[in-house]
Structure formats: structure tokens, C-alpha cells
Ligand binder design. Structure first.
Ligand SMILES: [Zn+2]
Length: 82
């Protein structure tokens, strides 16, 4: 499960400093408010901590060119080829 970095609108925040890490599934909605202080937060892009393969996302077309099958997760949890 990737960990995303969030930064509050006003830095530093008394409760969460310059931001916090939040673990979430890729399909989960992005947090819009700090769970500690409630102020608006924005997700920092491209910094998943424990999923290095996502550091350099491949486009679907380049993945297909490289011979990979691209699977898409559907809403019911299955994967389908696209
Ligand atoms: Zn905060």
C-alpha cells in the first residue's frame, strides 16, 4: 500500500508540522483535510515511500510497447486487460 505525503495549506502547522504521511490504496480518495488539525491539505506528487516502481510511472502505451500487459483494476476488485 503506497504512502503519500500531504502538506497543509499553512506551513508550519502546529499539529502536523510541514506535513504528514498517509497510507492509502491507490484508488482511495485523496485527503482534503488534515486529520489532526482539519485544515486544507494537498497531496505531494510522486513520493510513494514503499513502492519504488511508482516513482517513475510508465504510460500505458510505453508499457505495451515494452511487451507488458496492462491491467486495469475494476471497481469490483478484479483486473481486466486494457
Ligand atoms: Zn495539521
Amino acid at each position: 500500500m503506497p504512502v503519500y505525503r500531504y502538506t497543509p495549506a499553512n506551513i508550519p502547522c502546529k499539529l502536523c508540522g510541514d506535513g504528514f504521511d498517509h497510507q492509502q490504496n491507490a484508488g482511495d480518495p485523496t485527503l482534503v483535510a488534515c486529520p489532526k488539525c482539519g485544515q486544507a491539505v494537498s497531496r505531494v506528487l510522486a513520493q510513494p515511500v514503499n513502492t519504488p516502481k511508482l516513482l517513475k510511472p510508465l504510460s500505458i502505451s510505453s508499457a505495451k510497447q515494452a511487451g507488458f500487459s496492462v491491467l486495469k483494476r475494476t471497481s469490483n476488485g478484479d483486473f481486466e486487460k486494457q
